[in-house]
Design a protein around this ligand. Structure first.
Ligand SMILES: Nc1nc2c(ncn2[C@@H]2O[C@H](COP(=O)(O)OP(=O)(O)OP(=O)(O)O)[C@@H](O)[C@H]2O)c(=O)[nH]1
Ligand SMILES: [Mg+2]
Length: 293
């Protein structure tokens, strides 16, 4: 019997949804950062074997939106659960079950849901019992404490998911890893590195677009992929931060991004990065569309 189905991972920002998806599909599909509101799209990560295919859907963190981008993100997260076979609601063990978590529980209480308590490495084991007791008042099929970061308990999560997955046919070819294309993945890698390296108000105001991506020969006639990408921010001051003194910051962003992109494409890459200001893009429907949101 072949089992197949879709599983959305939802929860507040920064609880570890993208980290968990990457562990479950055993590949880096989604970007991760210590800054909240990193994921902006529903991103499918697919894992296939001879008798199952699970399509996980990573989603933007559910929060009270402060701008149009935030509204779109939350809308996407809410839409993700409409055609799933099972949902995982992720919470952070360290913050316990918050008011915002309960709002998310209520939103999909009519569906088949697991509660996964993540970041167990941050608390004392004994503190988890009261958390589980509190969680039992809600209608979860399974309640499982894990640490996605340490890959602790994640095998149990996968096994339980397979138990609940319906019989069915694969939705994707067996070697497909995600529903997103190479361009999207490259943009996300550059955004991840920019988030990692910049600080203050910069991270949230960043968007990345790949303007050009093509195979070329370098000076020594070796094959390379030429990629020209723009990093957008909202203010001149932010542009200054991203570029840095003598362009040092941008150079670092370029170097670490290139390494990851080469790893992902399994090809040598020439990365041509530009920083541009796009005033108030997060509030502007036209700009959002232009930037792919
Ligand atoms: N200590 C600890 N940190 C974790 C764990 N899982 C994830 N993190 C960290 O938590 C931060 C957020 O992780 P993400 O996977 O980006 O969280 P997310 O829920 O996808 O966040 P958004 O996309 O912003 O909603 C990162 O710094 C992760 O390394 C865990 O099990 N333990
Ligand atoms: Mg995420």
């Amino acid at each position: 019997m072949f089992k197949a189905g879709k599983v959305a991972i939802i929860g507040r920002p920064n609880v570890g949804k993208s980290t968990l998806l990457n562990v479950l599909v055993k590949e880096k599909v989604c970007i991760v950062s210590e800054k909240p509101e990193t994921t902006r799209d529903n991103i499918q990560g697919i894992i296939s074997d001879k008798d199952f295919q699970v399509v996980f859907v990573d989603t933007p963190g559910m929060h009270r939106p402060k701008n149009l981008l935030g509204k779109l993100m939350v809308r996407k997260a809410q839409a993700s659960v409409t055609e799933t076979d099972l949902n995982i609601i992720l919470i952070d063990a360290h913050s316990g079950i918050t008011k915002e978590d309960i709002e998310i529980f209520d939103l999909i209480s009519d569906k088949l849901n697991f509660l996964i308590i993540n970041k167990m490495d941050k608390i004392d084991r004994r503190q988890v019992l009261p958390l589980i007791e509190k969680a039992q008042k809600f209608n979860f099929k399974e309640i499982i404490p894990i640490s996605a970061l340490k890959k602790d308990g994640t095998d149990i999560v996968f096994k339980k998911i397979l138990e609940y997955l319906p019989e069915g046919f694969p939705l994707f070819p067996e070697d497909q890893l995600t529903d997103k294309n190479e361009r999207f993945m490259v943009q996300e890698i550059i955004r991840e590195k920019t988030l990692e390296i910049t600080y203050q108000e910069v991270p949230h105001s960043i968007a990345v677009t790949v303007e050009e991506m093509k195979e070329k020969k370098d000076r020594e006639n070796k094959d390379i992929v030429y990629i020209r990408a723009n990093i957008y921010c909202e203010k001149d001051s932010q542009k200054g931060i991203i570029i840095g003194n003598d362009g040092k910051m941008l150079k670092r962003i370029g170097e670490v991004s290139r390494k990851d992109i080469e790893n992902f494409l399994q090809k040598k890459v020439f990365l041509d990065l530009w920083v541009k200001v796009y005033k108030n893009w997060r509030k502007d429907p036209f700009a959002l569309k232009n930037l792919g949101y």
